[in-house]
Design a protein around this ligand. Structure first.
Ligand SMILES: Nc1ncnc2c1ncn2[C@@H]1O[C@H](COP(=O)(O)OP(=O)(O)OP(=O)(O)O)[C@@H](O)[C@H]1O
Length: 773
């Protein structure tokens, strides 16, 4: 584990006669013995779980309701247990620490265990670390869950601060077979007989080819990362660090850690907010590999509102306006103005006529406007104001009735009028014509419909008066034209935040309750053929079905630097009682106003106590690539320190100049991707300015699924064995934050980088663009 410092490694070779090899074999054999014991124990547990299942199935024939409910609960528990065991059977034991005798073991929270290294008097205890904890029949720990306090020294001990750890070992296995061990000796000063083998587990992990899914880092979490993962949950944990420092990995492992620490609390749900669906897909497998599923929702920021997912991108200009906190005021006004221009529905009636008490009562446009203005006073959500509007209409109609009548002369007369008024209200409310009028004049508004009203530059100009400039109004109205009349067109991630805000401003219309009926219950004869347990499980499925959570117990924000103020508000609404983990890198921000976003975050976090961490080591990029990226960092965020690359490949990034005449850019890019596909085992990405991404997909057509083409913003958080960054000046010029986006693009590769320039990049004779010199 090189990044831990100068721990001693003994690198072994494969030569037969090598004495290290026999040491290595002996050590592997010792771990194999332990793994065999663990597997036997797991098999016993599996058999137990299966027995419970079978037993429960038998008991269904003994039929008191109590026994049936009990059986159902048992089936459920055993099923969950089986699932967990099966999914974690593979490769779940990965570490071991050998500990010196503690002066006071209880202070270290370390369970006592029979030492395996009986030959060595220095070693008091040996603990094995894995993805889950396994106890032997006497409740002694065979494997300690990586998240348990006793496992922390595996990640935290360094040669400088070894604590009680004498040796740390990473164990690699394939199925049930131990295939390798790698050791760090943390106390070379102690007299000990310990054998030390291996060549560094971290370096092996970092050098591995990348696929389209992220791997967990549970066996090689580094000290500074472990401190974040195990930080207390309360308040807000804020983590910064440059590209490749493991922020995403740490955020996901922290979710698993929090669930382990306090499963009951986090059964309330953990939300991980990711910038793009691509990053969600890339990271989705990590939590299941850590044995955690179900309690954690990983969602892209454009997918936080069910049924209104983002499917398109905004231009940088539109994004800048839509993300601004100024939109709050625009939307408040838009929600209230939408009744005047309800998009997609028939034009609202201009007057109300009602025949009652032998006369035709009429409210003209001016009177209706006045009623609406009064009804809309205050801040109650518009859809909840329809009952108030109805009352005010009835008041106005009643005033018409009384227009030519004298005021009641005495109390008896007043009471008679009051009774008359009550039956008038009842009569008018029941009139079909009145109800139809009310639905057309005060329709239920949906967020999409209201947003669609803003396609009209006139309407938007009115509600955005003194908030947005005429040019900004033009840009937004043009962008929302894609919504269409009914508002059903494509949304961007910025629109989704506005839709969510409008949802709050409009409120859910009150609806008569409709009883939920399961169509299966309607089938005749079904009761005779289903068992009690079937019905119970159907009930449970119904209860536990995919209901959207609107509040979470902990919210983890990845790539937080990209969130706009409006998106912070959207996430904050799902986290009113939550604790937070927020990871990001301001130098990679594609939002042009970081101070605005910080203020929005502050508002959402309120007075919650904050603890801050900085990650400093770049595990992704070799030093050669990091050095080129650093030149852009100096322009994009002057003064920001670059994280230290932990390894080097000896291969310098390649610069190539291609004329930006389309065809030739295409062929240069394709040739480069082909070359890189032959050089690396894993994935290759071409990263281009957003507007060229369709074109770039064509450049790599037919090269197989190891190659992908990405727009600059889509590359966020992802990594590939090799990348081709095409048209760097185009990327830098895309928006006010373009240089930071280029910094992101240049830091995606784990092995090889090619920068492909057009004439606009002003390449020198070596092909190096002006920006990177
Ligand atoms: N301790 C570790 N052991 C092994 N691999 C690690 C470790 N820490 C990070 N990595 C690897 O380094 C790469 C970068 O990690 P990650 O994507 O989490 O970084 P990041 O800080 O989120 O980067 P970015 O800011 O560019 O999105 C990943 O492949 C991750 O698996």
């Amino acid at each position: 584990m090189g990044a831990h410092g100068t721990a001693q490694h003994t690198t072994t070779t494969t030569a037969q006669a090598d004495p290290h090899e026999t040491v290595r074999e002996r050590e592997i054999a010792e771990e194999q013995r332990h793994l065999d014991v663990v597997y036997r124990r797991l098999e016993e547990k599996l058999a137990e779980a299966e027995y419970i299942l079978e037993d429960a199935v038998k008991r269904v024939h003994v039929g008191t309701p109590g026994a049936l409910a009990e059986r159902d609960a048992q089936v459920y528990r055993a099923g969950a247990h089986l699932h967990r065991l099966n999914s974690e059977f593979e490769d779940f034991l990965f570490g071991r620490i050998d500990l010196q005798q503690a002066d006071r073991p209880e202070e270290h929270g370390i369970p006592s265990q029979t030492p395996l290294d009986r030959d060595d008097p220095t070693i008091a205890e040996t603990l094995h670390i894995g993805r889950i904890g396994v106890l032997d029949a006497e409740y002694g720990p065979l494997v300690i869950d990586w998240r348990a306090p006793a496992a922390a020294p595996f990640y935290r001990a360094t040669p400088v601060e070894p604590g009680r750890v004498v040796r740390r070992r990473v164990i690699r296995s394939k199925g049930r077979r131990v295939v390798g061990v790698e050791d760090d000796l943390l106390r070379p000063d102690l007299p000990t007989d310990l054998a030390v083998v291996g060549d560094g587990a971290l370096m092996a992990a970092l050098g591995r080819a990348r696929s389209h899914t992220m791997r967990d880092i549970v066996s090689s979490i580094q000290k500074e990362q472990d401190e974040v993962i195990r930080a207390p949950a309360a308040g807000a944990t804020l983590v910064t660090g440059g590209p490749g420092t493991g922020k995403t990995a740490v955020a996901l492992h922290r979710a698993a850690y929090l669930l382990y620490q306090d499963r009951r609390r986090y059964a309330g749900g953990i939300l991980v907010v990711s910038p793009t669906p691509l990053l969600v897909a890339y990271t989705e497998g990590v939590l299941p590999s850590l044995g955690e599923e179900g309690q954690v929702a990983i969602r892209a920021v454009g997918n936080l509102v069910d049924g209104d997912e983002a499917t398109t991108y905004d231009t940088p200009e539109a994004a800048r306006i839509k993300g601004s906190p100024r939109m709050v005021q625009v939307l408040r006004r838009a929600a209230r103005a939408a009744l005047d221009a309800p998009s997609g529905s028939a034009a609202a009636p201009a007057e109300l006529r009602v025949a009652a008490l032998g006369q035709v009562l009429r409210l003209d446009a001016a009177a209706l406007r006045e009623v609406r203005r009064t009804a809309l006073g205050g801040t109650t959500p518009v859809n909840l104001l329809r009952p108030r509007a109805r009352r005010l209409l009835l008041d106005a109609l009643w005033a018409e009735v009384n227009r030519h009548r004298p005021r009641p002369a005495d109390r008896a007369e007043r009471e008679r009028r009051q009774e008359e008024r009550e039956s008038f209200d009842e009569y008018v409310t029941d009139l079909d014509g009145f109800q139809d009028f009310l639905s057309a004049w005060w329709p239920d508004l949906t967020p999409r419909r209201v947003l669609a009203t803003l396609r009209s530059g006139r309407t938007l100009g009115r509600v955005a008066r003194r908030v947005l400039s005429p040019e900004e109004v033009r840009v937004l109205a043009a962008s929302w034209r894609r919504l269409g009349d009914d508002g059903r067109g494509a949304l961007s991630a910025h629109d989704v935040a506005l839709v969510d805000e409008l949802g709050l401003l409009l409120g859910e219309p009150a609806r008569p309750r409709i009883r939920q009926i399961d169509p299966a219950d309607q089938l005749t004869g079904l009761d005779e053929v289903t068992t009690y347990a079937d019905r119970m499980s159907r009930d449970r499925a119904r209860r536990e079905g995919p209901v959207e959570r609107t509040e979470y117990a902990h919210v983890i924000v990845d790539e937080a630097q990209d969130l706009t103020p409006m998106q912070w508000r959207m996430i904050g609404r799902r986290a009113r009682l939550a604790t937070w983990t927020i990871v990001g890198d301001p130098a990679q921000s594609s939002w042009p106003h970081p101070e605005e976003a910080r203020a929005a975050m502050d508002e959402v976090l309120g007075g919650k106590p904050r603890r801050r961490y900085t990650l400093t080591t770049n595990y992704r990029n070799p030093a050669e690539i990091a050095e080129v990226a650093e030149r852009v960092l100096a322009l994009a965020a002057p003064g920001t320190p670059s994280p230290a690359a932990v390894r080097s490949t000896g291969v310098l990034p390649r610069f190539a100049a291609a004329p930006s005449v389309d065809g030739r850019f295409a062929s240069a890019a394709r040739t480069e991707v082909e070359r890189l596909l032959a050089e690396v085992d894993g994935t290759v990405a071409v990263v281009v300015p957003m507007e060229r991404r369709g074109e770039a997909a064509g450049w790599i057509a037919g090269l197989g699924d190891r190659a992908v083409a990405l727009g600059s913003l889509e590359a966020k958080g992802l990594e590939y064995d090799a990348t081709v960054v095409a048209d760097p000046t185009g990327i830098a010029g895309e928006s006010e934050a373009g240089l930071r986006v280029l910094y992101v693009a240049l830091t995606r590769a784990t092995q090889r980088l090619t920068v492909l320039c057009g004439p606009d990049d002003l390449p020198d004779s070596e092909g190096v663009p002006a920006l990177l010199r």
